[in-house]
Design a protein. Structure first.
Length: 156
């Protein structure tokens, strides 16, 4: 049982007749359409029912639980697989965007200061750098071509 439901269920339990088995006894028959009943309750509350009531409730709860618990645990509780959860239930919320925007402001991308290359760099002795490769220490203005550094292949 999720903690936010406990006070409501305890209140109903305390109001129930001794020996009562179900919290909601009125709509337990096989011929009852719970979606229709839920839509009526929502309208009586002055709200507009949203599409796919039960799927959206399940999706919202799965997304909320996934913020706190490992996905395999949430899927066990909800009764679906991780693949089904990812494809049909998990949502990106406004809170996700808000958190990302706060993190972007708090942690801006840091770039190292670059010094432009103006021809030859000062030559310094580099321990262990082979004599044959000393030319690699010099800066050049060679540009990489349109195909990049590696040759084009037909198998990729």
């Amino acid at each position: 049982m999720f903690p936010e439901l406990r006070p409501y269920l305890e209140e109903v339990f305390e109001q129930a007749e001794p020996g009562t088995e179900y919290v909601i006894a009125r709509y337990r028959g096989d011929d009852t359409n719970l979606r229709t009943q839920l839509q009526k309750i929502i309208r009586r509350a002055g709200l507009t029912p949203w599409p796919k009531l039960w799927q959206n409730l399940r999706s919202t709860r799965q997304t909320e639980l996934a913020e706190t618990y490992p996905m395999h645990v949430v899927c066990q509780w909800i009764g679906n697989s991780q693949a089904v959860a990812a494809k049909h239930y998990l949502q990106v919320t406004d809170e996700h965007y808000l958190q990302a925007s706060k993190e972007a402001v708090q942690n801006p991308v840091q770039q190292a200061h670059e010094t432009p290359c103006d021809g030859w760099q000062e030559k310094t002795a580099t321990p262990g750098f082979p004599e044959d490769f000393q030319g690699l220490q010099e800066c050049t203005s060679v540009q990489v071509g349109g195909t990049g550094l590696e040759p084009a292949t037909s198998t990729v």
